[in-house]
Write a protein that binds this ligand. Structure first.
Ligand SMILES: NC(=O)c1ccc[n+]([C@@H]2O[C@H](COP(=O)([O-])OP(=O)(O)OC[C@H]3O[C@@H](n4cnc5c(N)ncnc54)[C@H](OP(=O)(O)O)[C@@H]3O)[C@@H](O)[C@H]2O)c1
Length: 345
């Protein structure tokens, strides 16, 4: 019996799973990704019931979400989300491994050891081996340097990504949270080594415009990599769940170390309500508006969403079914960008 448990499954993948989503080309590579990817950052550790987590992941696959974004850090505790996914892969998704794009990342701290953090060759490549064991697969599709490490030569970090691809343990290389300047340098090194940078993974949402203002969108087009953007809903702040001021039981602002209840203040509510009105005027929800907003950029290949229910997934993946945002609507949305603008509305 495999390490991850029983292989018996009642799961049958939906026959129409490739008829629901848009698939987009990742930069100048040959790889298509679904417009929506699914991330296992939160609520996929040992803190939530396995059967609920499994139902969400399998539902995502039935919706056409082929890309699952993971990291050695995700849980809690660290590594738990990969172990969880390994169980689902072994029990339910193994027949579909060729249809899956599995991503993992290394470099952010997962323990006190100097080898459990940073961009060294030791940290990245031992973490990749560990992730492969936890996921129960021979290779991941995308291996990321999770964050830049200024204390390690970029050549060493990039060299580790090149080795990961060269050894067949990863098919493509990615970067996350790198500044445009550092990403460009890394992209040049990767290109010279014959392993073109596939993707950059930045945070991007109506409330965090740095990929626009800092030049990353422009660089992606010039350097030919795709952007797979995270927290497009600002962890749930760009939905209608916090509009009345109360924090619903079980919501992320209630139970996550990464979203403080203090974020739900008067300034936030004012901006979110104004954005919600714009969404309602278009016949969609705030969540759908926020997802459509990030995906309007041609350089954005995919938006990585999280979900704590199958309802959220069903709701969110219809975001592209609405008419494109007009210039007037975009200008209006710009007034509520999270920087405090919009108080005049
Ligand atoms: N590279 C990096 O450094 C990095 C950093 C962060 C994230 N990521 C990746 O990006 C993924 C997505 O990040 P994220 O989870 O912050 O994305 P997000 O899509 O901004 O937030 C997802 C959360 O919002 C809430 N939500 C979603 N749809 C909703 C709806 N229709 N109505 C109400 N609430 C809704 C849910 O939380 P609740 O229901 O629990 O409130 C859900 O878990 C992560 O899983 C990870 O893979 C990468």
């Amino acid at each position: 019996m495999p390490a991850h448990g029983p292989t018996e499954t009642t799961y049958r993948a939906a026959d129409d799973r490739y008829e629901k989503l848009e698939y987009r080309r990742t930069g100048s590579s040959g790889l298509d990704l679904p417009a929506f990817s699914f991330g296992l950052w939160q609520k996929f550790g040992t803190d939530y019931p396995y059967e609920t987590q499994r139902e969400i992941v399998l539902h995502a696959f039935d919706l056409g979400i082929t890309h699952f974004d993971n990291a050695n850090r995700y849980g809690p505790p660290h590594r738990a989300a990969e172990k969880f996914f390994g169980r689902v892969l072994s029990r339910d998704l193994a027949p579909h491994r060729d249809e899956l794009i599995l991503s993992t990342k290394a470099g952010n701290p997962i323990g006190p050891s100097p080898y459990l953090k940073g961009g060294s060759r030791k940290s990245l490549l031992t973490s990749l081996d560990h992730s492969l064991r936890d996921l129960g697969t021979d290779y991941v599709d995308i291996f990321y340097s999770h964050s830049p490490d200024p204390a390690t030569p970029l050549e060493e970090t990039v060299g580790a990504l090149v080795s990961a691809v060269g050894s067949g343990k990863a098919l493509y290389a990615g970067l996350s949270n790198y500044s445009p300047e550092r990403a460009h340098e890394a992209a040049e090194l990767l290109r010279a080594a014959g392993v073109p940078l596939l993707v950059h993974q930045p945070r991007y949402s109506i409330f965090d415009r740095r990929p626009e203002t800092g030049g990353l969108l422009k660089l992606a087009a010039e350097d030919g990599f795709g952007l797979v953007v995270y927290s497009p809903l600002a962890q749930g702040l760009l939905t209608d769940k916090y509009l009345d001021g109360a924090i619903p039981q079980g919501a992320r602002a209630h139970n996550s170390a990464f979203l403080s209840p203090d974020a739900i203040d008067d300034g936030y509510r004012e901006r979110a309500k104004a954005l919600n009105e714009i969404a309602r005027g278009r016949g969609q929800s705030l969540a759908q508006l926020a997802l459509q907003w990030v995906l309007r950029q041609p350089q954005v290949t995919s938006a990585i969403i999280g979900a704590s229910s199958t309802w959220q997934l069903d709701h969110n993946v219809t975001a592209l079914d609405f008419p494109p945002l007009t210039e007037e609507e975009l200008a209006l949305i710009d007034r509520y960008d999270g920087s405090g603008a919009g108080a005049d509305a």
